[in-house]
Design a protein around this ligand. Structure first.
Ligand code: SAM
Length: 207
């Protein structure tokens, strides 16, 4: 399927790799597990996943992002594709593990629901889904124009939704919540110590 152009493309084209630094800690994955990362961006998490499993697939709606991710070292065996996460081009129950790292929050409620439903569809019974998204406690929550409850539009035309633990659990309700918790840390910005927070969820599909 050909994805529509997205505001993300312009951002990647202008600024190159938007997401740097070390990826957040990932759970252990068996080396032969079929893994899908939805919304891989320029490949930060994707590269780390490809170090763990030889069967990694990743998609992003932005061709620019996919081109950047393709250059990541150690990912030659992995599959990368441009695709809209709301309509994944994969069969039902194709993956042992699905990762959604800071993607779902960039869609309105309808899009988040579609992504969650697709992520659940492609997860095999007993498979695991890992979610990460910014929390309502994060320092950026409330900045910009509110387009939906706890969803804010900022300069570059990209929205960010800030999650509670309860809504995260609800979003993936067909799955069993193994853990849903808030990870908090502090970030120093112009001499001020500000709160950063993201919701991390691990879910399992009943076998
Ligand atoms: C914050 S970045 C993700 C970073 C990446 N997961 C990582 O761990 O470094 C969000 C990504 O979601 C992608 N995205 C937004 N809407 C999408 C959609 N409907 N389908 C697929 N990807 C989408 C954007 O193109 C962008 O690259």
């Amino acid at each position: 399927m050909t994805a529509q152009p997205s505001p993300w493309d312009e951002d990647y084209r202008r600024r190159g790799s938007l997401w740097g630094g070390a990826p957040a800690p990932l759970p252990d994955i068996p080396t032969d597990a079929a893994v899908l990362e939805i919304g891989c961006g320029n490949g930060k998490t994707f590269e780390a996943l490809a170090r763990q499993s030889s069967r990694v697939t990743a998609v992003d709606i932005s061709p620019e992002a996919v081109a950047l991710a393709r250059r990541r070292p150690g990912t030659a065996e992995a599959d990368l594709a441009v695709a809209d996460a709301r309509h994944l081009p994969f069969r039902d129950e194709a993956f042992d593990a699905v990762f959604l790292v800071h993607i779902a929050g960039h869609l309105p409620l309808r899009g988040r629901t579609a992504i969650a439903s697709e992520a659940v569809r492609v997860l095999r019974p007993s498979g695991t889904l890992f979610f990460r998204g910014f929390s309502v406690e994060d320092m950026r929550a409330g900045k910009g124009t509110e387009t939906e409850p706890w969803t804010f539009l900022r300069g570059e035309g990209i929205i960010t939704h800030y999650f509670t633990e309860a809504e995260t659990a609800e979003l993936f309700a067909p799955l069993v919540a193994v853990s849903v918790r808030t990870h908090r840390w502090r970030m120093r910005v112009r001499g001020e110590d500000l709160p950063r927070a993201e919701v991390e969820g691990v879910f399992r599909r009943e076998g």
